[in-house]
Design a protein around this ligand. Sequence first.
Ligand SMILES: *Cc1c(COP(=O)(O)O)cnc(C)c1O
Length: 376
Amino acid sequence: MITFNEPPFVGTELEYIKQAVANKKICGDGAFTMKCNTWMEERFQANHVMLTTSGSTALDMAAFLCGIHPGDEVILPSYTFTSTANAFVLVGARLVFVDIRPDTMNINEELIEDAITDRTVAIVPVHYAGISCEMNKIMAIAKKHNLKVVEDAAQGVMSTYHGQALGTFGDFGCYSFHETKNYSMGEGGAILINENKYIEKAEILREKGTNRSQFFRGQVAKYNWVDFGDSYLPSDINAAYLWAQLEKADEINDNRLATWNKYNHAFQELASEGRISLPFVPEGCVHNAHMFYLKCKDLEERAAFINYMKENGIGCTFHYVPLHSAPAGQKFGRFSGEDVYTTKESDRLVRLPMYYNMKDEDSSYVIEKSIAFFRQ
Ligand SMILES: *Cc1c(COP(=O)(O)O)cnc(C)c1O
């Protein structure tokens, strides 16, 4: 049986967890949390990074820090995870869904301006499969219309766009360290704060509305309840698990890329015959091999493919059901313009098993069975 995903494990996680326990500080913002934050700031040239309890809560923080008022509108793709949308529902925004590009499954940057109204306050690009949205164009639109940008880079840790790390373009970037992501801490995430003006408010929001972070730095004599807040600090035990993986970030990335490239190479013939479509990596994008997918002819063929693979002991899955077609999507948002590709392309897409240290014989078997299906 080849499972669809295995959580990443490099071998030093348990040793670091032991150290976190021995440090007698297992709550948030301990030594491992600080190591992770600093590593990301340096590696990604990020202004300020803070671990959070999940990618979802990183998005919640970003939505709150955008200063959104009920009735404000936020532009996002419909082809995304519910968390991208929930964060903005939480602060009372109306969701405006924009169609995707069929080649990358990312928001179509050419359609964003048509979706802007005088209520629009933010754009939320989602870097699907760790392949970047067209950030030059998106940032230019945001600047022209004075909009905030929150990058959902949950899948984009270690990916770049023209050499710059995903998550560092917008006002905020949000990473996920869920066990299905490239780097994991079980459940966890990070918020990248790309302008200093948000940092103090973010610290207070993350620390239950107190200025405890300033207190620990000796900037204030006592800490107090100063604004609205919640608790978004992960335990240092979780951060210890993540630290093991960040230390091996390049190794994990290279290992995943080898599997991704092997898949991509093996399916070229089927793709050139037009039997399937493969992921597309635009010029200037360097990706992290977060996901490998194929696109079948249609929904029916995809169901048959998933079933065939299952019968052969291989776990393949479809991905997002477009949010605008879901009950909550209809309640909280609307689709801007026409849904040309969102539903059609999401119906065709199927993800193949892809994880750190996937055995060579296993990826070969996945390839063999996939090709057999399309050749039958
Ligand atoms: C995984 C993911 C999230 C949520 O991250 P969690 O850490 O699971 O909360 C949000 N957006 C996208 C695009 C994701 O892939």
